[in-house]
Design a protein around this ligand. Sequence first.
Ligand code: G3H
Ligand code: ZN
Length: 291
Amino acid sequence: MSIVNAKEMLLKATDGGYAVGAFNITNLIQMEAVIEAAVERSAPLIIQTSVTPSKFLGREVLVAIYRTLAEAAPIPICLHLDHCTDVGYCKDCAAAGYTNIMIDASKQGFEENIRQTREVADYAHGQGDISVEGELGTVAGVEDQVKVVEDETQLADPAAAVEFVERTGIDLFAPAIGTAHGVYKTSDPKVDFDRLAAIRKALETAGLQVPLVVHGGTGLPEHTVKKLLELGGAKFNVSTELKHSLIDATFDYLQANRGEYNPGKIDKAVKVAIKKTVNGWIDRLGCQGEA
Ligand code: G3H
Ligand code: ZN
């Protein structure tokens, strides 16, 4: 069914009161596991790679595998480049066939963030049906090469958000609202719900229909995910939790089967663990059957 960009599926999710899971992968087994889980639940899906795995595997190889798997899958699947701080590499991946590009210029000043984001949006939109995600404010923590220490974190301002979306022409918007990358230091992280509500209202008042992206999915408690869904969160990014599933499943398997030298058996154990993680998010986000 489907090679798609992120825009239409997320506009549908926003209208439907559910969200789409966006899962960071670093290899073929993880990509297959995430897709299998979404197909079994008939859920729309966003596959993400950050820059390092995209360069390690090769963007053309990644796109070729994605296209083969997505064309055979009866669900819409988007391939998203995540947190890319390099305008040139954003363009390379758009040209290679990624269907959604995140230019992360959030650590730049406001005007420079707008300039870089606009440049990528114009290029991607000129390449065809490629959607673009931009970020305003900074998400604390580490995602690949993007590192933000706690006291550097700046949350997105609602008025600036309207100007940012208008002037960049982005299709999806990731406002920093207090979520963070990696393992949270507390079991109930403080997320600025009022800020997200104000941003959503300001965008709606300005007539801007732009799906909202929640970064830092790993470790968000159920009540926080539920509230963010109610406030219009349409795309939830999950990376660390999948890394833990992969590493823990590999370690556990080897600990129990140290004499096993058939890699396929480890791959199978990893797939089971990753599918379990993805299924948990499909349940939380309410996207089952929405493909
Ligand atoms: O862009 C990726 C996500 O924001 C990952 O966040 O590692 O906390 O799940 P996470
Ligand atoms: Zn992120």
